[in-house]
Design a protein around this ligand. Structure first.
Ligand code: F3S
Length: 87
């Protein structure tokens, strides 16, 4: 398991459904029935997928994807990525 240190977000007002994000990183993005993208879950990026996230940002022709580093406060309480949720 690894901690997330970045978060991706797709701006739904900018996304035009080019699907390049999903093409380079299907673990971080999901498409709706119209082909519009959104981040998976809360958009937390596992350390091993940061390069994929950057690739998605660079390849979106609409500049719809943002990649932000989590703040210290968020990091101190950052959830484990891929951790099993206990009921
Ligand atoms: Fe949308 Fe850009 Fe992906 S336009 S589908 S966020 S490549």
């Amino acid at each position: 398991m690894s901690h997330a240190t970045f978060r991706v977000h797709v701006d739904p007002d900018k996304c035009q459904g080019h699907n390049r994000c999903y093409g380079v990183s299907p673990d971080l993005f999901e498409l709706d029935d119209l082909g519009m993208s959104s981040e998976v879950g809360a958009g937390l990026v596992p350390v091993g997928l940061i390069s994929q996230a950057r690739l998605a940002v660079d390849n979106c022709p609409e500049h719809a994807i943002s990649l932000t580093e989590l703040t210290e406060a968020e990091l101190s309480g950052a959830p484990e990525v891929n951790a099993e949720v206990q009921p």
